[in-house]
Design a protein around this ligand. Structure first.
Ligand code: HH2
Length: 259
């Protein structure tokens, strides 16, 4: 899954593809690199990010989703808002990637059901504005697992067939470096829920911290290492900014994993 951020403030590529044309071009390039899905987002979820009004999010993502879907790409819309998801599905997206797992806008579940879309439900502690303020868990893996099981039940209760739900432990969303590492170390426990697991470690700050303070642009080795380990532990979808090098690494890793 290649990341197409149409935002001025995303943590690693904010502003780079803020114009629709540049974002479409970037998405097409990621597809050329081998991305199976393009994840289009118009609202940064970096720690402390301010929410984006609905009209502005629509203005950002719609001119990008349409052309990418029309070019034959599988497009997911990274949003927590039902109006944005509806317009993106109308424009050709087929997956709703909701970092709030239907908590911020419960109506999103009904929309996904009605449109027979797929969805990715992600764990986050609280909301982006405050999630990194001293996050605490008794046992991060069992709490994230219980949360994802509860959100899966909610989605199914709202009419989304279980087969259309993917789950994501939400690396970096209300987690310390230790929490992220524990989730990656014990990812098989999340995989055991029985739904495809999505992981998003790409360029995230814990990789920079672990490598002695590397900035976003120097986190590709950490991104590759964590995605390869996630593959080995059963993850199915890898959300990344650098599609070509990660795909290379995953192809080789997959060839050595005995499933
Ligand atoms: N991470 C980000 C955004 N969306 N969705 C899922 N399912 N999993 C993730 O780990 C995930 C996500 C954050 O990365 P990015 O889009 O690069 O940054 P920003 O939120 O600042 O736009």
């Amino acid at each position: 899954m290649g990341v197409v951020n149409v935002t001025p403030d995303s943590f690693s590529d904010g502003g780079q593809y803020f114009e629709a044309d540049a974002a479409v071009e970037h998405g097409l390039a990621l597809m050329e690199e081998g991305a199976a899905i393009l994840d289009v987002g118009g609202e940064s979820t970096r720690p402390g990010a301010a929410p984006v009004p609905e009209e502005e999010e629509l203005r950002r993502v719609l001119p990008v989703v349409g052309p990418l879907a029309a070019a034959g790409n599988r497009v997911s819309i990274d949003t927590s808002k039902v109006a944005v998801a509806r317009a993106a599905l109308d424009a050709g997206a087929t997956i709703v990637n909701d970092v709030s797992a239907f908590r911020f806008d419960p109506g999103l579940a009904g929309l996904v059901a009605e449109r027979q879309a797929h969805c990715c439900l992600m764990h986050m502690l609280g909301e982006p504005r405050t999630m990194q303020e001293d996050p605490r868990y008794e046992d991060v893996v069992s709490e994230v697992k219980a949360f994802l099981e509860e959100r899966l039940d909610f989605a199914v209760g709202e009419g989304v067939p279980e087969e259309r739900v993917w789950l994501d432990p939400g690396i970096g969303f209300g987690k310390t470096v230790g929490h992220n590492l524990e989730l990656l170390r014990r990812l098989d426990e999340i995989v055991a829920i029985g739904r495809p697991v999505v992981v998003g470690t790409s360029r995230k700050s814990f990789l920079g911290k672990l490598a002695g303070g590397k900035p976003e642009g120097e986190r590709l080795p950490g991104t590759i290492a964590t995605n390869v380990l996630a593959l080995e532990r059963g993850a199915s979808v890898f959300r990344v900014h650098d599609v070509a090098p990660v795909l290379d690494a995953l192809t080789i890793a997959a060839a050595t994993v005995n499933r």
